[in-house]
Structures are given as structure tokens and as C-alpha cells.
Design a protein around this ligand. Structure first.
Ligand code: DAK
Length: 258
């Protein structure tokens, strides 16, 4: 049997670990890999024991982009008819948080995939960039939209127009990643964050993720209205009663996920 293109593992503490697995080509994202990734994400999304996902790469990179070999000869009609975005959309529509643990190269579609996740943690050796301009194209999986929202216009322009990658340290300064670790503890730190999220009441986690994402998709007024409705809604959950009662009774909460 062929080696899976995505390795999936359920870990203790409610964490699902997904590992891109084409190390010989620096985890270049071909159509089959993206389909497998979408399937694994959906399985974990349906699994009530999983509260948070971690996505990482195998070998010396997170992902060096979409598979150029596969993409080079495509026509616009091929792309329109094969709907290559379907799998990518499954990932960013996942209701559970996804942490990208990025080491080595995160280029082109690799960085775009990381930016579709909710938190990016980077190893000191990470190189993050949108080199598509060097291939005669532009970012095609959200880079021109998510990157400026993360780092601002000037830095995004610099990265997209020169195609030059930035270091993990620079990505931290710009707010593209939330923390930088030594390469040997990257996964450990990502898993620690994931366990911390997975132990929180899942309905509130979903609402919090959706509310923050709405900050990128709507006006401030509409986002604030959405936040208020979600806040009120959470008072219908058993976990809100339990969380607040536990605080008042000075004991640890026992969340039920309802
Ligand atoms: N595609 C295919 N193969 C790749 C690859 C890629 N993106 N990146 C690396 N590889 C392969 C290399 O061809 C090589 O294979 P062999 O020759 O050994 O068979 C192997 O991985 C090791 O790479 P190198 O020998 O080049 O390793 P180096 O350390 O010398 O260099 C590098 C590492 C990352 C600097 C270099 O490999 C590189 O520049 N790679 C290409 C980076 C790049 O341009 N990425 C952007 C691709 S465009 C869309 C979705 C997504 C996208 C577009 C649309 N839709 C849903 C419509 C995204 C587009 C892109 O990402």
C-alpha cells in the first residue's frame, strides 16, 4: 500500500496531530495530498474526543508550496473544472482550532496553508515567504489577502513583490506567527498549546474562533454585534453554568461540552 500523504494521529489530551508526508519534495502540496488532508481534518472535526488540531510537516520543511511539477502544465479550464479550492476550503472552514507548527520552508501554498490555520508557531529555522512572483504568477490560495491582514500592507507588498522569504524572528515581529521556539521543541510547544485549548469548553472555543475570524470578514459594528450574540448564546450552555459555579466554589470545572 502507498504511504499516506498525510499522517494522522489522535493523541492524549484531545489533540489531533496531522503531518504532511511528502518529505522528498519538501511536502509539496499536490491535489491528492490536499484531498487527504481535507479528509483527515473532517474526520477530526467529527470526532468529539478531539478538541484541537496541530498541523506540521515531515522532514526538513513544513511545505515548499503547491506542487510545481503538477501545476506547470495546467490550463485555466483544467483549474476551473477540477475545483482545486474545495480541499483548501474544507481546512479553513474547520470549526475546531488548528495550530500550524512550522519549521524549515513554509513557502507559497505552504505559507497560505499555515495562514488558514488559527495559530502559527514557528521554529527558529523557519523561512516564510510567497515566492510565486518568481514563477510568473501571484499567490493563489489567499496570500494576497491573508498576508496583508497579518503583517500590514508594506511588509506584504515587500514579500509578495520580491518573493523573498522572511525569518521566523521577523515573522514574530510582524505578528505573522505567535511564537518562535527552538526547532527541537517546536512540536512539543504546539502540542502544549493544543492541549490547553482542548481542555477548554468546546462550545465557547468554537464561538471564540468564529468571532475572531469574523473580525477579518466583516465591519467592526457587525463583528461586535456577532460577538454580543455569541456571548449571550453561551449563557445557554451547561459549561457556562459549570465554569462560573466552579470559580465561585473555588474548584476546578468539569466541562461536558454541552
Ligand atoms: N513543487 C514541487 N517540487 C518541489 C517543490 C514544489 N513547490 N519545492 C521543492 N520541490 C522538490 C524539488 O524539486 C526537489 O526534488 P528532486 O529534484 O530532489 O526530485 C526536492 O523537492 C528538494 O528541493 P531542492 O533540491 O530544491 O531543495 P533546496 O534545499 O535546494 O531548495 C527550496 C529548497 C524550497 C528553496 C526550493 O526547493 C524551492 O525554491 N522550491 C519551490 C518554492 C516555491 O516556488 N513555492 C511556491 C510554489 S507556487 C492554489 C493553491 C495553492 C497555490 C496556487 C493555487 N489553488 C487552490 C488554485 C500555490 C502556489 C504555490 O505554492
Amino acid at each position: 500500500m502507498a504511504e499516506p500523504l498525510v499522517l494522522a494521529e489522535k493523541l492524549e489530551g484531545g489533540v489531533g496531530l496531522l503531518r504532511l508526508n511528502r518529505p522528498k519534495v519538501l511536502n509539496a502540496l499536490n491535489v491528492d495530498l490536499m484531498k487527504e488532508l481535507a479528509e483527515r481534518v473532517q474526520e477530526m472535526e467529527r470526532d468529539p474526543e478531539v478538541g484541537c488540531l496541530v498541523l506540521t510537516g515531515n522532514g526538513r520543511a513544513f511545505a515548499a508550496g503547491a506542487d510545481i511539477q503538477e501545476m506547470a502544465g495546467k490550463s485555466p479550464v483544467d483549474m476551473e473544472l477540477s475545483e482545486p479550492f474545495a480541499s483548501w476550503e474544507t481546512i479553513y472552514r474547520c470549526k475546531k482550532p488548528i495550530i500550524a507548527a512550522v519549521h524549515g520552508y513554509a513557502l507559497g501554498g505552504g505559507l497560505e496553508l499555515a495562514m488558514m490555520c488559527d495559530i502559527i508557531v514557528a521554529a527558529e529555522d523557519a523561512q516564510l515567504g510567497q515566492p510565486e512572483i518568481k514563477l510568473g504568477v501571484i499567490p493563489g490560495a489567499g496570500g494576497t489577502q491573508r498576508l496583508p491582514r497579518a503583517v500590514g500592507k508594506s511588509a506584504a507588498m515587500e514579500m509578495v513583490l520580491t518573493g523573498e522569504a522572511i525569518s521566523a524572528e521577523r515573522a514574530l515581529q510582524l505578528g505573522l506567527v505567535s511564537q518562535v521556539t527552538a526547532p527541537e521543541v517546536l512540536l512539543e510547544e504546539a502540542l502544549r498549546l493544543a492541549r490547553s485549548i482542548a481542555e477548554k469548553p468546546p462550545v465557547a472555543v468554537r464561538m471564540a474562533k468564529e468571532a475572531i475570524l469574523s473580525a477579518y470578514e466583516t465591519t467592526l459594528a457587525e463583528g461586535l454585534r456577532w460577538e454580543r450574540r455569541a456571548f449571550y448564546f453561551l449563557f445557554a450552555s451547561q459549561d457556562q453554568k459549570e465554569g462560573m459555579a466552579a470559580f465561585l466554589e473555588r474548584r476546578p470545572p468539569q466541562f461536558k461540552g454541552r
